[in-house]
Design a binder for this molecule. Sequence first.
Ligand code: NAP
Length: 461
Amino acid sequence: MNKNSSNMMALAPNTSNKRETVCIFGTGDFGRALGHKMIQSGYPVVYGSRSTQISNLIPKDAEVLSHAEAAQKAAIIIIAIQRQHYNFLTPLAEVLRGKVLVDISNNLKLNQYPESNAEYLAQLLPGSKVVKAFNTVSAWALQSGTLDASRQVFVCGDDVEAKQMVMNIVRALGLTPLDKGSLLAAQEIENYPLQLFPMWRFPIFLSLGLTAFFFLYCVALDIIYTYIYENNNFSFFIAITIPNRVCPVMALVLLALVYVPGIFAAIIQLYRGTKYRRFPDWLDKWMLCRKQLGLIALAFASLHAVFTLVTPMRAFVSWRTGKGIISQALNNKTEPLDHTNAWLSDSYLALGILGFFLFVLLGITSLPSVSNNVNWREFRFVQSKLGYLALILCTAHTLVYGGKWFLSPSAYKWYLPNIYILSLIVPCAVLVVKFVLIFPCIDKPLTQIRQGWERNPKYSE
Ligand code: NAP
């Protein structure tokens, strides 16, 4: 036999390596979906149920027995039953002694009970080895095979061997087990499926609040003011004009807010002369949601790009252009090209396009599939250096666009500044402070602090 054929023999599946029977208590949605997946992966499955009648819904290769009979056939028992019914397990304590019980249950509310469901199960059946697993995978995902987003299965338990047995099953099902330690971690694992976009909450509320504020601000100045003092009804501005003012303002302000916590952190570290003291909670939380703030900013910038592209199609714009042409014709006078204006308009468009390009690049590199493929230095280069460049370009885009009005009294309706002036406050402040922070006399001690140097070390050698 040549070398190749012996290698092929080694790679051939070992058909004698039969998987151990797994018992599932409960023939509900999750029990059936998990059983189906296990049978597909080569595990013989036996159900423990209150009714031993076979129904069409139960995977056809599975057996259905009473709880006690089914438990005797397997070393691992998956409890696919709601926590409130766990009491029925107490009379089965002897049959379940020494067996691995997998608690897959979830609750309806965060921290619903004083102890986790898995710990409760362990208290009810002290002779069994309880392992928490599978609760973050849904029955629907198991059935439809759409497990991409939930491939990770958190596993925890006090018995290392029992945990290993469950992790082997998880792997055999094509999922990735993540050992979270002892059963103490069960409460946290049970809370995961109940969390609703925890990192997105602050960025979303902030964006909604700011959008509402800027929108109403524009409605007051561009529609109500014009109606009262100029007798013009521009209420249709609500559809495109005002959103196209609010979106770039939001994109710029949110992008600047991504860099504010870094600036605060630098100032705090310089002031304290150490990096070994915790930041205030609000700053920690703000730092953790910078990616989400940046992605929402990118969404606003994309909307601004789309709104701008449809501008030539608008009836109001055609009417205004036509009016300009007719007025030139009536006065028999062609207005010469205003070169300053031409430069300004081309420059702000170019700055906007470049800024948007970098914005998109920042968004792409924040995707896990991309960020996993760049090293820490490359990631920092894109997110920090190119991020600041995007902020500079977008700020310059707004300055060049609105700069000519900033000093004009007509821009201050009801003594209120134009929305573009408001939008520049945070980005300009961030850029000025960042500029000061990169001065060598400040940057050097800050770099030393970040490398572990302390002005007043607590533990001196
Ligand atoms: P389900 O469809 O309501 O099924 C629960 C099963 O428990 C029933 O089919 C029944 O099985 C059994 N049962 C009900 N009352 C009982 C009682 N008084 N005594 C003994 N057994 C009883 O619920 P499920 O959606 O499958 O969920 C089961 C567990 O999985 C829950 O703890 C849930 O939190 C967890 N889970 C579910 C999902 C999901 O996507 N559905 C995802 C993750 C975790 P028999 O009629 O065969 O006895």
